[in-house]
Ligand binder design. Sequence first.
Ligand code: CTP
Ligand code: MG
Length: 222
Amino acid sequence: MMPAAGSGQRMGAGFNKLFLKLGEKPILIHTLDVFEKDPACIGIILAVKPEERADIQNALEKFMITKVKALVDGGGERQYSVAACIRAYTDNGIVLVHDAARPFIRRLVIRELVRMAAEHGAAIAGVQAKDTMKFAPGGIVEETVDREKLWIVQTPQAFRYDLLAKASAQAEQEGFLGTDESMLVERIDHQVRIVESTYDNVKMTTQEDLVFGEIFLGRRRQ
Ligand code: CTP
Ligand code: MG
């Protein structure tokens, strides 16, 4: 399940950042390509903005992405876009939610997420904080937090479908809006495991991320 229906405000391109190119391909296509090439991925449900549907369909054809089984209308918040994907899914088993804006996810991490979700129900990608971390509400330091216990989380986030669907339905019913799917699953008291990912799995969010993106892309090609 891949939410791609954002507007890329922080990138400031004036259009959906996923159409920006890294090398010769749009960011969206790089991300899809990872799953296209992964034999364990049987299909992708992509949430898009209705007005971008035609352009995205063209890009899928041009870059020979064959695993997108459904394009669904995204919503005004990321969580609503993912909810649209969840509603469109008709199978069972393990599903991954992955931001279209993270093109550098590694296949090994995906594999481990699937394994862990199959065993425990929920597993998310993350990296350990490298810097000293402070808890500082309003900019005033209250506490230095033990860095060993802190994880910066990313996507993919992998779940048994029934668990994700239940967590999503409950959030919707209660009007809860989270920033990732894990939060929804945490709310229904299901344990979520972290799978160690890599620092280059950055979300293309602001202009400087594109600089990292070009460097990471060059490194992958070597
Ligand atoms: N997304 C989505 N629907 C939304 C908002 C976001 O499908 N209503 C998707 C984005 O396309 C992106 C992913 O969720 O692939 C992560 O979101 P983010 O990085 O925040 O992208 P944008 O919302 O597009 O960027 P911004 O917040 O800067 O506007
Ligand atoms: Mg956003």
